[in-house]
Design a protein. Sequence first.
Length: 266
Amino acid sequence: MVAARTAAKGLSTVDLEQIRDTVAAGRKPKVVFTEQAGQIAGQLGQVVALTDPELSDEWVVVRFGRDELPFSPADLAIAPKTAPVKRAPAVPAPREESPVPAPSVTASPADAAPAASDSPAAPPSPAPATPAPAATAAAAAAASSEADAAGEPAKGDTESKSSSRPPAKKAAPKPKAPAGLTVTLAYADGEWTVAANQGAKALAKPYVIKAGEALKMVAMLDVPGVHEAVEEIVAAARAEAETQAERLRAELAEIEARLAELREAE
């Protein structure tokens, strides 16, 4: 899947109508994730269904890898169309020319047979001498004794030694390493969020957690400066909450005093 960064702002009403018609026709239109989708921005997906927008803000179901997840229209945009690839024209194969047969030449009997008067008859060649059986056996025995004295291994011994060797072991294939896992803890607009990705696959979209849970997660990390930064953010949020609580208590006390005066007036 090819990643391509996009600056689109989401699907418009016209885009959603076109996607609805395309899905109804049995096709799966391609979309690209916008920056609002988080770390998977720029990745491509296919719309497989549209649910009821009144039930949830994420009602566009997109197939991303092997998963089908719901997203909001702001997380998606129409995928850009790629230009078609032009193919080169086919070159016809050269025609094979049939070979021209060579003219046959027939020799006449007069040319083929030499004249008897031109060359004398050749004498018959003597037959090769055949060694006696006894001499052959003696020569073979002498050669065998010389080989034994020199310490040369016999043919049968060589074959038995080569067959007794164990076969070479093939190297076991290396197991495929799993894709990298990324867990992100973030703080923005007064809220802590956690997200998880394995490679290009989103295991968990950013979801809100409590400040105490964020502080526990960071406490397990031995990274200088990170724990102090989280404590400062939590302390500032606590101070703001206490100030707001005091203001609400004062307003509540004023309202209760006014209500007591109205009851006494009755």
